[in-house]
Design a protein around this ligand. Structure first.
Ligand code: AMP
Length: 130
């Protein structure tokens, strides 16, 4: 069965899209740790990120870098933290999280709520920097 992220990539489930190329897709996390929290996923449906071949692992990080630098320009933060958890959705993904301190990358922290309008605005601003 297709993962929720594959459905997002195909447009069957809505998302706040940030970037896309032939192999990867980036969109805002719906339960963000901070403003601009973005997920980068391969279009290839693999569960564990280390199931990607070496070329794809290198490429996803280059793609994520482009997205991260755009997030950094639009969301106030010290830098973009990177995390791979993957315990909830069985489709490999990299979390890009704007952070100011180490505690900001704690996934046990309460998530921030944004309205659809706010999510749209955040995604639009990031897209404009890519
Ligand atoms: P994990 O698999 O533990 O890395 O967590 C999966 C992440 O995907 C969580 O941060 C969720 O908030 C996020 N997530 C799950 N479903 C969606 C969705 N439909 N749109 C955006 N983000 C999602």
């Amino acid at each position: 069965m297709a993962t929720v992220f594959s459905k997002i990539i195909k447009g069957e489930i809505p998302c706040y899209k940030v970037a896309e190329n032939d192999k990867f897709f980036a969109f805002l996390d719906i339960n963000p740790l901070s403003k601009g929290h973005t997920l980068v996923v391969p279009k290839q449906e693999v569960d564990y990120i280390y199931d990607l071949d070496d070329k794809s692992i290198a490429e996803i990080h280059v793609f994520a870098k482009k997205v991260a630098l755009a997030i950094e320009k639009t969301c106030e933060c010290n830098r973009i933290g990177i995390a791979v958890i993957g315990l909830e959705v069985p489709h490999a993904h990299i979390h890009l999280v704007p952070i100011n301190s180490i505690g900001d990358l704690n996934f046990a922290n309460p998530k921030i709520r944004f309205t659809p309008e706010e999510f749209n605005e955040i995604a639009k601003n990031i897209r404009a920097e890519i």
